[in-house]
Design a binder for this molecule. Structure first.
Ligand code: ADP
Length: 193
Protein backbone atom coordinates (compact mmCIF):
# COMPACT_ATOMS: atom_id res chain seq x y z
CA UNK A 1 0.00 0.00 0.00
CA UNK A 2 1.53 3.32 -1.02
CA UNK A 3 -1.36 5.65 -1.87
CA UNK A 4 -3.56 6.15 1.15
CA UNK A 5 -6.07 8.66 2.40
CA UNK A 6 -6.61 9.27 6.12
CA UNK A 7 -10.10 10.52 6.96
CA UNK A 8 -11.73 11.47 10.23
CA UNK A 9 -13.45 14.35 12.00
CA UNK A 10 -11.51 17.31 13.40
CA UNK A 11 -9.42 16.13 16.35
CA UNK A 12 -9.39 12.45 15.37
CA UNK A 13 -5.60 12.51 15.01
CA UNK A 14 -5.22 12.56 11.24
CA UNK A 15 -2.08 14.67 11.32
CA UNK A 16 -0.36 12.53 13.97
CA UNK A 17 -1.14 9.21 12.34
CA UNK A 18 -0.56 10.44 8.80
CA UNK A 19 2.96 11.31 9.94
CA UNK A 20 3.57 7.92 11.54
CA UNK A 21 2.18 5.96 8.63
CA UNK A 22 4.05 7.98 6.02
CA UNK A 23 7.27 7.45 7.99
CA UNK A 24 6.70 3.68 8.00
CA UNK A 25 5.90 3.64 4.29
CA UNK A 26 8.67 6.05 3.30
CA UNK A 27 6.32 8.42 1.47
CA UNK A 28 5.39 12.09 2.10
CA UNK A 29 2.32 13.36 3.94
CA UNK A 30 0.19 15.70 1.91
CA UNK A 31 -1.91 17.73 4.34
CA UNK A 32 -4.19 20.35 2.82
CA UNK A 33 -4.67 21.99 6.24
CA UNK A 34 -0.88 22.34 6.64
CA UNK A 35 -0.48 23.60 3.05
CA UNK A 36 -3.12 26.27 3.68
CA UNK A 37 -1.58 27.26 7.01
CA UNK A 38 1.88 27.55 5.45
CA UNK A 39 0.50 29.76 2.68
CA UNK A 40 -1.26 31.93 5.25
CA UNK A 41 1.94 32.28 7.30
CA UNK A 42 3.91 33.19 4.17
CA UNK A 43 1.15 35.59 3.07
CA UNK A 44 0.92 34.17 -0.43
CA UNK A 45 -2.06 34.90 -2.67
CA UNK A 46 -3.39 31.40 -1.97
CA UNK A 47 -3.01 32.09 1.76
CA UNK A 48 -4.97 35.32 1.49
CA UNK A 49 -7.79 33.47 -0.29
CA UNK A 50 -7.84 30.62 2.23
CA UNK A 51 -7.59 32.55 5.50
CA UNK A 52 -11.22 33.64 5.89
CA UNK A 53 -12.45 30.11 5.24
CA UNK A 54 -10.13 28.54 7.79
CA UNK A 55 -10.99 31.13 10.42
CA UNK A 56 -14.70 30.45 9.93
CA UNK A 57 -14.33 26.65 9.94
CA UNK A 58 -15.63 26.47 6.36
CA UNK A 59 -14.05 24.52 3.52
CA UNK A 60 -11.91 26.42 1.05
CA UNK A 61 -13.60 26.33 -2.41
CA UNK A 62 -12.96 23.09 -4.29
CA UNK A 63 -11.26 24.72 -7.31
CA UNK A 64 -8.64 26.37 -5.08
CA UNK A 65 -8.03 23.20 -3.09
CA UNK A 66 -7.97 20.90 -6.11
CA UNK A 67 -5.41 23.04 -7.96
CA UNK A 68 -3.17 23.09 -4.89
CA UNK A 69 -3.34 19.29 -4.54
CA UNK A 70 -2.82 18.72 -8.27
CA UNK A 71 0.44 20.67 -8.06
CA UNK A 72 1.55 18.88 -4.92
CA UNK A 73 0.84 15.41 -6.34
CA UNK A 74 2.92 16.21 -9.41
CA UNK A 75 6.05 16.74 -7.29
CA UNK A 76 8.74 14.05 -7.66
CA UNK A 77 8.66 13.01 -4.00
CA UNK A 78 5.00 11.97 -4.35
CA UNK A 79 5.80 9.54 -7.16
CA UNK A 80 6.43 6.50 -4.93
CA UNK A 81 3.28 7.20 -2.96
CA UNK A 82 1.74 9.51 -0.34
CA UNK A 83 -0.49 9.73 2.68
CA UNK A 84 -3.24 12.28 2.12
CA UNK A 85 -4.40 14.07 5.27
CA UNK A 86 -7.57 16.14 4.96
CA UNK A 87 -8.14 15.71 1.23
CA UNK A 88 -10.52 14.88 -0.38
CA UNK A 89 -13.23 16.30 1.85
CA UNK A 90 -16.07 16.67 -0.64
CA UNK A 91 -17.48 14.32 -3.25
CA UNK A 92 -16.32 16.68 -5.97
CA UNK A 93 -12.77 16.66 -4.58
CA UNK A 94 -12.88 12.84 -4.47
CA UNK A 95 -13.80 12.73 -8.15
CA UNK A 96 -11.09 15.21 -9.08
CA UNK A 97 -8.56 13.17 -7.08
CA UNK A 98 -9.55 10.11 -9.12
CA UNK A 99 -8.89 12.10 -12.31
CA UNK A 100 -5.53 13.38 -11.09
CA UNK A 101 -4.36 9.92 -10.06
CA UNK A 102 -5.86 8.28 -13.15
CA UNK A 103 -3.86 10.66 -15.37
CA UNK A 104 -0.76 9.50 -13.49
CA UNK A 105 -1.72 5.85 -14.07
CA UNK A 106 -2.52 5.08 -10.44
CA UNK A 107 -5.35 5.06 -7.93
CA UNK A 108 -5.98 5.12 -4.18
CA UNK A 109 -5.11 1.90 -2.34
CA UNK A 110 -6.99 2.68 0.85
CA UNK A 111 -9.26 5.20 2.55
CA UNK A 112 -8.69 4.78 6.25
CA UNK A 113 -11.21 6.37 8.60
CA UNK A 114 -10.27 7.29 12.19
CA UNK A 115 -13.32 6.95 14.47
CA UNK A 116 -13.71 8.80 17.77
CA UNK A 117 -16.78 9.80 19.85
CA UNK A 118 -17.72 13.47 19.50
CA UNK A 119 -17.32 14.32 23.22
CA UNK A 120 -13.75 13.05 23.23
CA UNK A 121 -13.01 15.05 20.08
CA UNK A 122 -14.19 18.35 21.53
CA UNK A 123 -12.07 17.77 24.65
CA UNK A 124 -9.01 17.01 22.51
CA UNK A 125 -9.48 20.09 20.35
CA UNK A 126 -9.93 22.42 23.30
CA UNK A 127 -6.77 20.96 24.88
CA UNK A 128 -4.90 21.47 21.60
CA UNK A 129 -6.16 25.06 21.50
CA UNK A 130 -4.28 25.78 24.73
CA UNK A 131 -1.05 24.36 23.31
CA UNK A 132 -1.01 25.31 19.63
CA UNK A 133 -3.20 28.44 19.50
CA UNK A 134 -4.69 27.53 16.14
CA UNK A 135 -7.09 30.28 15.09
CA UNK A 136 -9.83 27.73 14.28
CA UNK A 137 -9.70 25.87 17.62
CA UNK A 138 -12.33 28.01 19.39
CA UNK A 139 -15.54 26.42 20.57
CA UNK A 140 -17.83 28.04 17.96
CA UNK A 141 -15.52 27.28 15.06
CA UNK A 142 -14.95 23.71 16.31
CA UNK A 143 -18.72 23.18 16.33
CA UNK A 144 -18.97 24.50 12.78
CA UNK A 145 -16.10 22.23 11.62
CA UNK A 146 -17.99 19.19 12.96
CA UNK A 147 -21.15 20.20 11.09
CA UNK A 148 -19.25 20.71 7.87
CA UNK A 149 -17.50 17.35 8.30
CA UNK A 150 -20.79 15.59 8.95
CA UNK A 151 -22.53 17.21 5.95
CA UNK A 152 -19.78 17.19 3.34
CA UNK A 153 -17.11 14.66 4.25
CA UNK A 154 -18.84 11.78 6.05
CA UNK A 155 -20.64 10.77 2.80
CA UNK A 156 -17.23 10.02 1.27
CA UNK A 157 -17.08 6.89 3.43
CA UNK A 158 -19.82 5.33 1.29
CA UNK A 159 -18.05 6.42 -1.88
CA UNK A 160 -14.91 4.49 -0.89
CA UNK A 161 -16.84 1.62 0.72
CA UNK A 162 -18.58 0.94 -2.59
CA UNK A 163 -15.17 0.67 -4.16
CA UNK A 164 -14.01 -1.77 -1.51
CA UNK A 165 -11.09 0.34 -0.24
CA UNK A 166 -12.63 1.63 3.00
CA UNK A 167 -11.01 0.69 6.34
CA UNK A 168 -11.82 1.81 9.88
CA UNK A 169 -9.69 2.24 12.97
CA UNK A 170 -10.92 2.99 16.50
CA UNK A 171 -8.95 6.15 17.21
CA UNK A 172 -10.19 6.70 20.78
CA UNK A 173 -7.37 4.88 22.67
CA UNK A 174 -3.90 6.34 23.32
CA UNK A 175 -1.67 7.35 20.40
CA UNK A 176 0.54 4.23 20.49
CA UNK A 177 -2.46 1.87 20.39
CA UNK A 178 -4.03 3.74 17.47
CA UNK A 179 -0.69 3.85 15.70
CA UNK A 180 -0.42 0.04 15.98
CA UNK A 181 -3.98 -0.39 14.65
CA UNK A 182 -3.29 1.90 11.69
CA UNK A 183 -0.12 -0.02 10.90
CA UNK A 184 -1.98 -3.34 11.20
CA UNK A 185 -4.43 -2.19 8.52
CA UNK A 186 -1.56 -1.04 6.33
CA UNK A 187 0.22 -4.39 6.68
CA UNK A 188 -2.88 -6.40 5.90
CA UNK A 189 -3.34 -4.41 2.72
CA UNK A 190 0.17 -5.07 1.54
CA UNK A 191 0.31 -7.55 -1.26
CA UNK A 192 2.02 -10.82 -0.25
CA UNK A 193 5.72 -10.83 -1.17
P1 ADP B 1 -9.22 19.61 10.99
O1 ADP B 1 -9.40 18.28 10.33
O2 ADP B 1 -8.89 19.48 12.45
O3 ADP B 1 -10.37 20.55 10.75
P2 ADP B 1 -7.20 20.54 9.03
O4 ADP B 1 -5.87 21.11 9.36
O5 ADP B 1 -7.22 19.26 8.26
O6 ADP B 1 -7.93 20.35 10.45
O7 ADP B 1 -8.08 21.63 8.24
C1 ADP B 1 -8.21 22.94 8.71
C2 ADP B 1 -9.03 23.79 7.73
O8 ADP B 1 -8.36 23.85 6.46
C3 ADP B 1 -10.43 23.29 7.40
O9 ADP B 1 -11.39 23.66 8.38
C4 ADP B 1 -10.67 23.99 6.04
O10 ADP B 1 -10.96 25.36 6.21
C5 ADP B 1 -9.30 23.91 5.39
N1 ADP B 1 -9.16 22.66 4.58
C6 ADP B 1 -8.32 21.63 4.83
N2 ADP B 1 -8.45 20.66 3.90
C7 ADP B 1 -9.43 21.07 3.05
C8 ADP B 1 -10.05 20.53 1.89
N3 ADP B 1 -9.71 19.31 1.41
N4 ADP B 1 -11.02 21.25 1.27
C9 ADP B 1 -11.37 22.46 1.71
N5 ADP B 1 -10.86 23.03 2.81
C10 ADP B 1 -9.89 22.37 3.48
Amino acid sequence: MTTVLLMGPPGAGKGTHAGHLAGHLGVPVISTGDLFRRNIAEQTELGRTAQAYLDAGEYVPDEVTNDMVRDRLAAPDARPGFVLDGYPRTLHQAKVLDEILGAQGRSLDAALVLRVEVDALVARLLRRAEIEHRSDDTEDVIRRRFEVYHDQTAPLVDFYAERGIHYEVDASPDVDTVRASVWQVAVELKPAA
